[in-house]
Design a protein around this ligand. Sequence first.
Ligand SMILES: Cc1cc2nc3c(=O)[nH]c(=O)nc-3n(C[C@H](O)[C@H](O)[C@H](O)COP(=O)(O)OP(=O)(O)OC[C@H]3O[C@@H](n4cnc5c(N)ncnc54)[C@H](O)[C@@H]3O)c2cc1C
Length: 409
Amino acid sequence: MKTKYDVIVIGGGASGMMASIFSARNGHDTLVLDHNEKLGKKLYITGKGKCNITNNSSIENHLSNIITNSKFMYSALNTFSPQDTMQFFEDNGLSLRTERGNRVFPTSDKSSDVIKTLEKAMQRSGVIVSLNNEIERVDKRGDVFYILCTNKIEYTCSSLIVATGGVSYSGTGASSLGYEIARKFSHNVIEPKSALCPIVVKEDVSELNGLALRNVNMKIEKDGKVLTNEQGELLFTYTSLTGPLPLTASSRINKIDLSGAKIIIDFKPALTEQKLEEKFIREFKDYAKKDFKNYLHTLLPESMIDYFMKKLNIKNKKVADLTKQERNKLISTLKRFDFSIESLDNINISIVTSGGVDIKEINNKTCESKLVDNLYFVGEVLDVDALTGGFNLQIAWSTGYVAGNSIKG
Ligand SMILES: Cc1cc2nc3c(=O)[nH]c(=O)nc-3n(C[C@H](O)[C@H](O)[C@H](O)COP(=O)(O)OP(=O)(O)OC[C@H]3O[C@@H](n4cnc5c(N)ncnc54)[C@H](O)[C@@H]3O)c2cc1C
């Protein structure tokens, strides 16, 4: 196998595969190096195995779902838009469908079909792939990059695209190599942090493990300030809160000190405290002879009742025997059920990594380094991250496309 290429892409994930296709289509002799035994291992597990490849919505909507450095993505998204992504996959034979929230999936619901489509497009464009390659060292001498692998093969190229992704989900091949390459070439790397991850709480929530709450409101507050406030669904694990609301919130709060921060759940967001009071005054008459604990079944999921009763600290009694003070306590507990935040969960189980190569040193039109000629960074290795809905993969496609199309010479 030859070792001299015009372009080498390190990382055969979403962004690397896309970059390689367009580099090769532009006539550059292109090699993809990956240490995994196959391409796209993270892609395989995306969207619960269905791969939510993009969001069929406006660029403005994508920008508003990018939490970190959305402005950086303006140019790349305008050059290769979500609709261009869909067109690309359809042109390459992958049938797509759009679901709730404009989330785009392969019609087959198989992420493996997304990978196969990219692999075929790579083959057709003439991209060479070398797998099981652990990289030992990356250097640049004169205009040439040297990539030494642990098997002692040294590859050379005139342009290098770093597409090594973030550090989450190490089982998919994620590593910090991209950050090490960036630092080696004097780039600043913003400290990687968990994003789109569960939020660990101080309270023992093990008895709630598996419980899902729908149509609740979840706020995060610290020092009397509301940091996030959204309505939707959440789920309990043994130690944390997860699901759509906590995942989104985690990306919004990962850059602040969380000591003293609280999660506040409103179980009845559609009813004001006054409406709840009116409802209870009415219903406490109707249910006067019922046990209070049984009455709670009309308000909360079964598996929440014991935990709620402990927090409420009211002994079980007949509904008729509840005092006004206890009724008020019920209202305030339903509207502001709080948990103290311990931390965000481990970065390894974060859906994305926040942080990475500082975008201030990257040309947003080409993804080329402003410090080193012909060095490019694409995808999640950059300090850009978004919410769920196909927005993170769109970052990978768009940055991969612009780098692949910006190779000089
Ligand atoms: C469980 C889960 C579900 C997700 N679902 C979605 C979704 O449905 N929609 C969405 O938009 N986003 C989703 N994401 C996020 C999305 O997968 C990533 O943002 C995207 O894959 C990033 O693409 P990338 O090319 O930058 O990195 P990756 O796809 O992670 O690719 C990086 C590549 O670099 C290689 N590499 C790393 N280190 C080295 C090394 N030292 N030597 C050689 N090669 C190396 C890796 O093996 C890998 O092949 C999900 C993430 C997870 C973890």
